[in-house]
Design a protein. Sequence first.
Length: 111
Amino acid sequence: MAYTYHELKGKTIQELRDIAKDVPEHDAVQGFSQMNKDHLLPALCKALGIPVHERAEVVGIDKPAIKAKMRELKRKRDDAIASKDGEMVKSLRRQIHGLNREIRRHILRTA
């Protein structure tokens, strides 16, 4: 059966060991009965050829433009910090935070 990283991550250590038992001889899963979940999960993914990390894709917005705006705001923030303008620093940080949240709202997780 084909698994995804997300499916394997949701399984218990015993379920992962049962899956590893059925994997043909592979160096990554040697000694699977002694491994804990943090070690067995990446080894099992390597043996099965499953990408270890999930990818995040941003849909519905222009991420490069937002990131450029954030870089500009960070430069202004650094200048405000240097000039000790607390109100401006606070305002710029809130704007940066808002843009970052905007990007995160449009993230679509794929495996």
